[in-house]
Design a binder for this molecule. Structure first.
Ligand code: SAM
Length: 339
């Protein structure tokens, strides 16, 4: 068997990545991706990885984690050739687990509408940074007749090191007080541990090289999470859901967060998860989702009467009901539900 038979396939993958939304956030990644696509030597090395580990985002992040120079392609390529065994070993144990606390800006108005106290359970939680919406500060920028106005909301004990800015249109019920979250738990195939510096660095490397502000925000959020860590369970979202939900305090309202995870599940896994979620909802659990429309077709259909105001937005729902279109990282909310 030709061990380099996948070279053309990987070449195409890297070429496609160079024009993707993700690479659009990083000129450096785009230049590396185009460099790899034209580089037979590196393409042959990438054939040594299992398919799912060849993805550009993973390979680039692993190289940076291990100290690759964030410079022009030839320099990076020389480093890759010299350090390939380490890159291969690290890529085998890492997965893309981007954890974006900015999503809390989209989630917070919904949490604030739910009767507390709240027991918050996130599926596909990564390091659990989205389990702390009440510990971050928010600048909601609202359009008024006289011009944009910024509405600030801080945690009960004062401003947070993490400040999330979010532009709001429509009649969003912006909260004036934080929800009362008394329990936090997360399920993930491989939860990341904010007390482990290597895991926090990995989270930071999953953000493009030019996005220092997001790296700083992850570090600040991880510091907040370290002071009061969540209950994290290693397991599959569907298999673990009922058991973890049972451990929530009985006198709190269970709220399940489904954010940036369904893209990782195949169609059958998605419907099994949706059924497990519906069963919990039958027992009174509430749920919030912020997922790319194509991976959650039921959500996309729910939005038929209110199509996205512009491309690239994700549907936000409460208990499956459409409420808003949001930027994937929570930078904007376009509210569509009745106030
Ligand atoms: C992109 S991260 C999103 C993290 C977080 N929800 C956020 O929005 O910032 C997706 C996470 O889902 C986890 N994941 C993927 N498939 C899973 C499954 N079947 N069961 C549990 N976790 C899964 C991955 O390990 C990863 O940490």
């Amino acid at each position: 068997m030709n061990e380099h038979a996948d070279v053309p396939y990987i070449e195409q993958w890297y070429r496609r990545f160079a024009t993707s939304k993700l690479a659009g956030q990083s000129d450096l990644y785009r230049s590396w991706a185009l460099g790899v696509a034209d580089d037979t030597e590196l393409l042959r090395l990438l054939c040594e990885l299992p398919r799912e580990k060849r993805q550009p985002h993973l390979v680039f992040a692993v190289s940076r984690l291990l100290g690759a120079p964030e410079g022009e392609y030839r320099q990076w390529q020389q480093w890759m050739l010299a350090h390939w065994p380490r890159v291969r070993a690290e890529a085998l144990v890492r997965t893309t687990q981007t954890n974006e606390p900015g999503r809390c800006a989209a989630i917070l108005p919904l949490l604030a509408q739910i009767d507390g106290p709240i027991a918050l359970l996130e599926v596909g939680t990564s390091a659990g940074l989205c389990l702390y919406p009440d510990r971050y500060s928010y600048d909601y920028v609202v359009d008024r007749a006289a011009g944009p106005v910024t509405l600030r909301l801080d945690p009960a004990d004062g401003p947070s090191e993490v400040v999330l800015r979010c532009e709001v249109t429509g009649n969003a019920p912006l909260p004036t007080a934080m929800p009362d979250i008394v329990w936090r738990a997360g399920i993930d195939l491989a939860p990341l541990d904010v007390t482990d510096p290597a895991d926090v660095r990995w989270l930071q490397m999953l953000v493009g090289p030019e996005q220092q502000d997001r790296r700083d925000r992850i570090a600040a959020a991880a510091q907040i999470v370290r002071q009061d860590p969540p209950h994290l369970v290693a397991g599959d979202v569907t298999a673990a859901l009922a058991a973890v939900a049972t451990s929530a305090p009985a006198d709190a309202t269970l709220v399940v967060l489904v954010v940036g995870v369904l893209v990782y599940l195949g169609p059958q896994q998605r419907s099994a998860f949706t059924e497990a979620l519906a069963e919990l909802a039958d027992y009174g659990a509430r749920w919030i989702s912020l997922e790319d429309a194509p991976v959650f077709p039921a959500m996309a259909e729910a939005f038929d009467e209110n199509p996205a105001p512009r491309p690239g937005l994700f549907p936000l729902t409460l208990d499956g009901d459409p409420v808003a279109w949001c930027s994937p990282h929570g930078q904007s909310i376009a509210w569509i539900a009745e106030p």
